[in-house]
Design a protein around this ligand. Sequence first.
Ligand code: PRX
Length: 682
Amino acid sequence: MIPDKAPKEDVFLGSEDLKKEAHVPSFDKYKELYIHSVENPGEFWGDVAKDFFWRNKHTGQFLDYNFDVTKGEIFIKCMEGATTNICYNLLDRNVHEKKLADKIAFLWEGNEPGDELTVTYRELLQRVCQFANVLKSQGVKKGDRVSIYMPMVVELVVAMLACARIGAVHSVVFAGFSAESLCERIIDSQCSLLITADGFYRGDKLINLKLLSDEALQKCKDKGFPVKKCIMLKHLSKEPEEIVGSRSPPAKRSCPDLEIPWNPEVDLCWHTLIKGASDDCEPVWCDSEDPLFILYTSGSTGKPKGVLHTVSGYMLYTAITFKLVFDYQPDDIYWCTADIGWITGHSYITYGPMALGATSVLFEGLPTYPDVSRMWEIVDKYHVTKFYTAPTAIRLLMKFGNEPVQKYKRKSLKILGTVGEPINPEAWQWYYNVVGEKRCPVVDTFWQTETGGHVLTPLPAATPMKPGSATFPFFGVVPAILNESGEELEGPSEGYLVFKQPWPGMMRTVYGNHQRFETTYFKKFPGYYVTGDGCRRDKDGYYWITGRIDDMLNVSGHLLSTAEVESALVEHKAVAEAAVVSRPHPVKGESLYCFVTLNDGVSYNQTLEAELKKQVREKIGAIATPDYIQNAPGLPKTRSGKIMRRVLRKVACNEKDLGDISTLADSSVVEQLFQNRCCTAV
Ligand code: PRX
């Protein structure tokens, strides 16, 4: 499956300098380790596990699983019987055993340039213990779910690790989601407590998180699920003495007009609670398969799925992928620009890097604020060595040319990474040539919320790169490409990307709905985990992700389901039916093109259009705002009433070659749709 020798043509080779110190220094070494990892997974992962603290050793098989629905329930178990605590491994062990107490864990950079602070491993341990005691004093116990709805601040990491320390299960909800989305997630995971902040700035825009949180809690109450407590961190309204570790004046983020509603029965102030809290907190020892966190991702039925990850497997997998894919070295300054509200932030800001005792930049702001040089300014300011971002950010910055990049030196950079969506070769080349000055390998990491960590990825000193290809599987991962009949294709081919066996970090279930887990990922092709992505394998065995092949869209690296957006649209009283398809977008990758059929007697106008956009933003969040809305008095349907989305995708792109449309009930609808096309985004 993996070629004997790495190809030498049409590839980019990593830097020779890197090879000298790399953990995996050559393709041959990668291949040798890969074969070992799939032939002897117990031994391979057992070696990885030696780097961690185990209160009790595991008893059974290292990895036990059933991937075949026809043979019984799907399950994945790693290191059953072992007990540990992930927070202990990330903090206490680094502080007490590895002598990293005074090493900086996070270099926090605020939205405003100059607003910055640092936190060491010792300080973080202290703050996590205090907050863990706060949670305990509020009645949070092992297994309880806690929602976290916060900006990119150090306290977000503190809150996650405090949950992990006491065995509570965190459910972080991206702070760009709406109150409605937060409410839906709180209820689905039956969270007993919400942790939030007063507000934050995203660029120029003030986001009043406390107002949104209150709205969400009101909705929860109205739906019969009252949340007992809400802990609010003061971020914008902090008093100077409440700012820990700041090297800059708090005025940088003061916001005198911020409205902070307060309900004394529910609301608690983070700073008041922390004042009296002890910084001594014995970790709760958890079983390997105890839940660590829930993170929601879009589902094709419209209802988000609560992806559940468990303690030990996730810890091993995020640590080893971080170490090898970014070739982590102790003097690295690592920066992942993702938000912690997404899986990339969970795995490659919080858990993976901290397991290694790394120093990371934690950035609150935007790549374009206050100007389009901000990323490179930060790279120089902190001497960032490993930089991980999304193709959409690269494409966005590429539009402004080379000058904003070249204003800064970027000499510290050694490795560049991308994640979240296919990267087009042009953007890859710009990233490699301009940002990395042909010196830094680009690791195009393919993975999913469900996979927990990288599954297809180059290793920077070992894998010759092809722009746009995620190259080869990570250790322990066995991909295959299937055709529509479920047959495995050999050699160069294209089809469904599936995995044949688990690795420690993969999801265990959909929270509260194991059947949905089985149906979504294991039913279509029994015996395989189905990613939902299309994939091509070339003559050299390289894997190229071709995009989603289900009803999902990837807008700026964020997965959205068409059904979710459609149901938000039809909730508007003017809309009878809605169909949403993807239209390629030069920066966002894909954009949302929405067709709406209005109720009788309603006419389409700009006010309605604005209302519909607002409706989607309020139901889901700003990331789901439609780019195009087209009034469609008729939709192309088969005689059995099924909407032919294939035809709608052609209309959205103005492509007249429709293929076979003989099954359409009324073909005149198509003509009308082309006539009414939206030419410009709304
Ligand atoms: O379609 C693939 C795309 O993002 C999906 C997973 O989205 P999510 O669960 O939100 O996690 C994103 C961050 C890991 C995948 O099914 N995707 C992710 N990385 C890549 C990618 N597509 C192509 N190349 C990638 N490197």
